[in-house]
Design a protein around this ligand. Structure first.
Ligand SMILES: Nc1nc2c(ncn2[C@@H]2O[C@H](COP(=O)(O)OP(=O)(O)OP(=O)(O)O)[C@@H](O)[C@H]2O)c(=O)[nH]1
Ligand SMILES: [Mg+2]
Length: 336
């Protein structure tokens, strides 16, 4: 099953664990000293979506199963983390497999909460973190290069091509490019994809503070990085549903539903996926043995009042293998 996973990064003491706690309501250490987080913490958060509550009510479902997002809280990174400075470096490997990164940036003003770099300067902080991510990627890429250089000596055409691709990526990293902004065709090459490079992941900046703490220059820099951001005062009463919504948007993820007496359930897929692939998220067999799907938009189904009523009204569409599943579709898969 496809599940969204998000890693939380940032300098020490910027609010990462506070965010994690708010998200998961699970108690991990949040303390006013750097490196309060000494273990990677993984929390599972239900994706807020009222559509499944309504569908579940309609179907009198015994179970309601929301989509979930996995959040990884890691220790703060400091300058030199890639060289093993602080505890951050070893934790970077814990977020290699996440789909996206949320970078928490401290914008809230100096109070009793210590800032490791002295003084509030979000632009400097973003630069430190992104530099550490780039250095970590360089490290990974260099190890791959070393291996490929040996392998390419045999004259293997594939290895020679791979070597050229990895060199291209190395050059970009060396020039300080965040790879999510680099040529997609290169980043999508298997030899690069398998490296799970950190800067190739989408980033969302969570600006921890009030709107008034956020300068135009900061917003401008984030736009230049072609990333998204969210202003959120984690010390107040933040609406974190926005963060998950934003992640879905940035990553091009959508939801479809299945509903019945047993359960109503939300499924996460990439925008553009066709019905058999979508069915495959439910069960691999459904993809291989897919015949067709009965489809109706969730609101239309609620309007009908039941699956049977929707069928009677002729609102259930029979869709084949080429149907591109839409956000909010309710599906019933026919398979062999
Ligand atoms: N005033 C204020 N304090 C905050 C805010 N967010 C977090 N804090 C406080 O800052 C301190 C550090 O927060 P944490 O969430 O533990 O920081 P962290 O980023 O996880 O730090 P490390 O785990 O050490 O890397 C805690 O005392 C929080 O209560 C905020 O928006 N406003
Ligand atoms: Mg922490």
């Amino acid at each position: 099953m496809k599940q969204l996973s998000i890693g939380i990064v940032g300098l020490p003491n910027v609010g990462k664990s506070t965010l994690f706690n708010l998200l998961t309501k699970q108690h991990v250490v949040a303390a006013n000293y750097p490196f309060a987080t000494i273990d990677p913490n993984v929390g599972v958060v239900a994706v807020p979506d009222t559509r499944i509550n309504k569908l579940s009510e309609m179907s009198h479902s015994a179970k309601l199963i929301p989509a979930v997002v996995e959040f990884y809280d890691i220790a703060g990174l400091v300058k030199g983390a890639n060289k093993g400075e602080g505890l951050g470096n070893q934790f970077l490997s814990h977020i290699r497999d996440v789909r996206a990164i949320v970078q928490v940036v401290r914008c809230f003003p100096e109070g009793e909460i210590i800032h490791v770099e002295q003084g509030i300067d979000p632009l400097r902080d973003i630069d430190i973190i992104n530099t550490e991510l780039i250095l970590k990627d360089l490290d990974t890429v260099d190890r791959k290069l070393q291996k490929l250089e040996g392998e390419a000596k045999s004259g293997d055409k594939n290895k020679i091509d791979d070597l050229a691709t990895v060199r291209k990526v190395r050059q970009a990293l060396d020039a300080g490019v965040m790879l999510h902004n680099f040529e997609a065709a290169v980043i999508q090459e298997p030899v690069i994809k398998e490296l799970n490079l950190l800067t190739a992941k989408s980033q969302i900046y969570l600006l921890n503070g009030r709107e008034s703490d956020v300068t135009a220059g900061l917003v401008d820099t984030i736009k230049k990085l072609k990333s998204d951001y969210l202003v959120c005062d984690l010390g107040g009463q933040p609406d974190l549903n926005m963060l998950i919504k934003k992640a879905y948007e940035v990553l091009g993820l959508i939801s479809f539903f299945t509903t019945g007496e047993d359960e109503t359930r939300s499924w996460t897929i990439d925008r553009g996926e066709k019905a058999p692939q979508a069915a495959g998220t439910i069960h691999t067999d459904f993809e291989n043995k897919f015949i067709r799907a009965e489809v109706v938009n969730w609101e239309k189904l609620l309007e009908a009042g039941s699956w049977a009523a929707a069928r009677q009204k002729g609102w259930l569409r029979l869709e084949g293998k080429d149907y591109v599943v839409q956000d909010g579709d309710v599906l019933e898969i026919r398979h062999g």
